[in-house]
Design a protein around this ligand. Structure first.
Ligand code: AMP
Ligand code: ZN
Length: 492
């Protein structure tokens, strides 16, 4: 029996605005789409938080035994400056400023994105499609929307007719906006642009002569609108209706609202059963964003080369810091908070090394099965990682008591406990054991190894090597002393 059959997962669905029981379309299988990065700059820590939230979600779904097809795209065309309807493409602009080919920009920042996510131990998605690799699919969807009467062509561009759509569907149901209010609040007057209404959004834009990223289409040489790529790629790989769609909270409107409208215009049914939105990482109480400069890059944290935190922190300390907050809550990064997370992370890793030293007793005195269910209950309640972590620390207390002989588990319970404790830490929270403690605990063995190699070199009269080992260790502050009993060392 797969684990998910005995667990009752509930998710907060941003569309219905309530927690719902999770039921996939095909039992045992899940299709999940998450909006990926626009690769025109280095990912900042805020972007990483959203991707890490979905990494944790992906991990827990797999932990429950589901087979998950996880699609996360790369936006490499169509996303215009300020998320606007007109203006320069973010990638072309960067290419122009840096005198590069747009695809050189895409390559550079895609590589950076992968490298950073890997440092945070995030699992790559099952499919990572690009917008430029799916122009044909996007053109096909535009044709379909025009055919259904929800889009119009003007001067080589094609726009989605929001007012027409709203006659039979509800535009704004995800973000809770009403079309009438949007119309009342808009400063742009109808007729100021070529669109019929200011709320209409581009499906295809005719390229101005200076716009270099362009493709042929039935309407003009141009490029697709930003919202269309996610509809094209999610439909292609997950079907017209799939289980989970995720992204940062800031994508709810207009991006996800437009995705719903496009898909409903084509298929007359809602494309996604559960919409999940991850909340923002803030710095000094304000949203971390590339455009405002209020951000910190992961690399600046790992090296300590920044003026926002007092010292360097490892990727796993940052990951633990993120996991201590619920994915749907705002999280503010501060020096005190990360320092506290570092202590917590080290404590947890110490418990991991202690748990292996525990031995089984004849009888259990601690109720391990109810503790295990509490861990699952936390995660089943809309992926509540802070509660899970509180439960893990309750287990740390038990580990310490067991170490001192004050609690005990029989061999079956102990085996179970070890697997679940480590499973939640490493597989679900996605942590790696990188604590300073664990790497420094290997130091004595390493020095002994070098002493042995030096002795071998001396026996072979290879004094160049033996001297090199002694001198370079001395440079690192490890001083070797040769005595009658052999070689000893001191660390300065
Ligand atoms: P972008 O590359 O701008 O399309 O953003 C990539 C992802 O990062 C999107 O899902 C955004 O919602 C998310 N994001 C942007 N800023 C933040 C932030 N400060 N905190 C969390 N997620 C963010
Ligand atoms: Zn998207």
């Amino acid at each position: 029996m797969a684990l998910y059959e005995s667990q009752n997962l509930r998710l907060y669905n941003s569309l219905s605005k309530v927690k719902e029981e999770f039921k996939p379309i095909n039992p045992g299988h899940i299709g999940m789409y998450v909006c990926g990065p626009t690769v025109y700059s280095n990912v900042h820590l805020g972007n990483c938080r959203t991707f890490m939230s979905f990494d944790m979600i992906y991990r827990y779904l797999k932990f429950l035994g589901y087979k998950v097809r996880y699609v996360r795209n790369i936006t490499d065309a169509g996303h215009l400056e300020n998320d606007a309807e007109s203006g320069e493409d973010k990638i072309s602009k960067k290419a122009r400023l840096e005198q590069l080919e747009p695809m050189e920009v895409v390559q550079q920042y895609t590589v950076d994105f992968h490298k950073i996510l890997d440092q945070f131990n995030m699992i790559p998605p099952s499919i990572e499609p690009t917008a430029t690799g799916h122009i044909v699919e996007q053109i096909e969807i535009i044709k379909e929307i025009i055919e259904k009467g929800y889009a119009y062509e003007i001067n080589g561009s094609v726009y989605f007719d929001v007012a027409k759509f709203n006659q039979e569907h509800t535009y704004g149901k995800l973000s809770g906006r009403k079309l009438e209010d949007m119309i009342a609040n808009t400063r742009e007057l109808a007729g100021q642009s070529e669109k019929r209404n200011p709320q209409d959004f581009a499906l295809w834009k005719k390229a101005e002569p200076e716009h270099i990223m362009r493709w042929p289409s039935p309407w003009s040489e141009g490029f697709p609108g930003w919202h269309l790529e996610c509809t094209a790629m999610s439909t292609k790989y997950l079907g017209e209706t799939f289980d989970i769609h995720g992204g940062g909270m800031d994508l709810k409107f207009p991006h996800h609202e437009c995705e719903i409208a496009q898909a409903e215009a084509c298929n007359d049914s809602s494309p996604v059963n559960y919409w999940l939105h991850a909340n923002m990482l803030t710095l000094n109480g304000k949203k971390m964003a590339k455009s405002t400069g209020n951000n910190i890059l992961p690399g600046e944290i790992f090296t300590g080369d920044n003026d926002k935190l007092s010292k360097a922190f490892s990727p796993m300390v940052i990951r633990f810091f993120m996991m201590q907050a619920h994915y749907a809550s705002i999280l503010d990064i501060s020096d005190e908070a990360v320092l506290a997370s570092e202590k917590g992370y080290n404590k947890l890793m110490e418990a991991v090394s202690n748990i292996d030293k525990l031995s089984a007793e004849a009888q259990s005195s601690w109720e391990v099965n109810s503790w295990i269910q509490k861990c699952f209950d936390a995660m089943n309640d809309d992926f509540n990682t802070p509660i899970l972590i509180a439960n893990l620390f309750e287990a740390v207390k038990q580990i310490n008591l067991m170490k001192d002989g004050k609690e005990q588990l029989n061999s079956e319970d102990l085996e179970n406990f070890k697997n679940v404790f480590k499973g939640f830490i490493f597989e679900v929270l996605g942590l790696l054991n990188q604590s300073e403690e664990s790497s420094s605990s290997k130091l004595p063995d390493l020095v002994e190894l070098l002493i042995e190699l030096r002795n071998k070199a001396r026996v072979n009269k290879d004094f160049a090597t033996s001297d090199q080992i002694r001198d370079q260790l001395a440079e690192l502050g490890i001083v070797l002393k040769d005595g009658k009993e052999g070689t000893s060392y001191t660390i300065q």
